[in-house]
Design a protein around this ligand. Sequence first.
Ligand code: FE2
Length: 259
Amino acid sequence: MTTTAAVNPTQQRTAEVVADIFGVINERLVRHSVTYPEYQAAKAWLIKVGEAGEWPLLLDVFFEHTIEKLASERRQGSSGCIEGPYYVPGAPELSSPATLPQRPDEPGDVLVFTGTVRDLDGNPLPGSVVDIWQADALGYYSQFHPDPPQWNLRANVTTGADGRFEITTVVPAPYEIPKEGPTGQLIRAAGWHHWRPAHLHMMVRAQGCRTLTSQLFFAGGEYVDEDIASAVKPELTLELAHLGDGRYAAEYDFTLDPA
Ligand SMILES: [Fe+2]
């Protein structure tokens, strides 16, 4: 690829990274002897991804995990995980112990999720916030599906004086990423599946600390070993314990890096 010399560091970085990525794509087109009909089909599909507003979905499912792993290497605290496309800022603010907003007849098993938020030296961080969001027991996110009411299973939970949180919610279900649009069409065309294993999402914030965006999965859960978004990390997998009264418990401590 060619071109006039870059004149500033941003241009230099852009030129280097983009030329390298385009170079790899061109090499792979050669390796697979891609034909004109395949090229035209890919072009039409890429246009549809844009028209359907699915660029965030496609990028978050297939590429965000790589960017996230690189970012995680630059932190010493808890591992992070991809944010995905279903975060909505501004969820209700609650104090620990908290029960996430839910329907009176919210389906699913009750889950009591507890832990402590600390800094790198192990000091608890009182007043830190666990901004948590999750699918319900049918695999639906509020604000992205007509069934759950607004803010269902979403909240900003402030930790207590000891940095601890206790959040009562329901065990989420695995879910399929949207199948109707061009992203789903690609996945079908390749014979892959659309599933993500069950997980909780969270952003953990505290004054003077870097915000941690993460997800927690459940040991032995369906699709844990074959997440379509390639986001599962062993250290982010929770053991579900029976509380004996029909409820489940899971515990995880967050360690935040300094800002
Ligand atoms: Fe999710």
